[in-house]
Design a protein around this ligand. Structure first.
Ligand code: PGA
Length: 251
């Protein structure tokens, strides 16, 4: 049995004091619960250092939302993997559709980031997913296959075990329209088989594949009950401790 992983992607929300507030509420609530899943939060860069102090010795693990693939240098505004490690991050979201569409990240950029994260000891949460037009054209599998194969170029079997995949159909992100459990399950099976073809069936069997896109307290249980959905990457609903807790409790 794969242990489910619930991750919260805060995106560009919460200043420092709001972050402290949310994390305190969350860790207090989690202290009182027997959780059946792993919990990761990904606050903005400016809150990471403080967040690391607040989640220390709690059930919550820390991730960032992005990083650059170079070690250091003249890359104004960028953050390196080593910097994330130095403030206590264990995870980093890479290839999120907002990075791809708004900031022009290609599969090959995402691949460079994944390799750098892995060699630096960070665990990537590798996001993939099709747009509405692609789904309507019937090319979802084709798109996801390209993202997976190009994003995972030169990643070893051992490294693959450090990666969490997040299937996030773009049309479901922030729209309130989640993929149905069946739609998500279908793509998850496709992705798991693909991982099997590339890395072997033992790796595929262990692979954590999260679903993301309008996961809310009222749809989480249905989505998470699917055999191949191993957790959720939650945006909007993770910004409130009660709603994030209710998703965590639905595992
Ligand atoms: P959403 O975002 O839950 O607000 O749809 C999910 C994500 O972008 O990771």
């Amino acid at each position: 049995m794969r242990r489910k992983v619930i991750a919260g992607n805060w995106k560009m929300h919460k200043d420092l004091s709001e972050s402290q507030n949310l994390i305190s509420k969350l860790t207090n609530a989690l202290n009182k619960e027997e959780t059946k899943c792993d919990v990761i939060i990904c606050p903005p860069f400016t809150s990471l250092s403080e967040a690391a102090a607040l989640v220390k010795n709690t059930k919550v693990k820390l991730g960032a939302q992005n990083m650059y693939f170079e070690d250091k240098g003249a890359f104004t505004g960028e953050i390196s993997a080593a910097m994330l490690k130095s403030v206590g991050c264990e995870y980093v979201i890479l290839g999120h559709s907002e990075r791809r569409t708004i900031f022009g990240e290609s599969d090959s950029t995402v691949n460079k980031k994944i390799k750098k994260a892995l060699s630096s000891g960070l665990r990537p949460i590798f996001c993939i997913g099709e747009s509405l037009v692609e789904r309507e054209k019937g090319i979802t599998n084709e798109v996801v296959k390209r993202q997976v194969t190009e994003g995972l170029q030169q990643v070893s079997k051992g490294e693959m075990e450090k990666i969490i995949i997040a299937y996030e159909p773009i049309w479901a992100i922030g729209t309130g329209v989640n993929a149905t459990p069946q739609q998500a399950q279908e793509v998850h099976v496709f992705v798991r088989n693909l991982i099997g073809e590339i890395f072997g069936s033992d790796t595929a069997e262990k692979q954590i594949i999260q679903y993301g896109g309008s996961v809310k307290p009222d749809n989480a249980a249905d989505l998470l009950s699917q055999t191949d959905i191993d957790g959720a990457l939650v945006g909007g609903a993770c910004l409130d401790a009660d709603s994030f807790m209710s998703i965590i409790k639905s595992v």
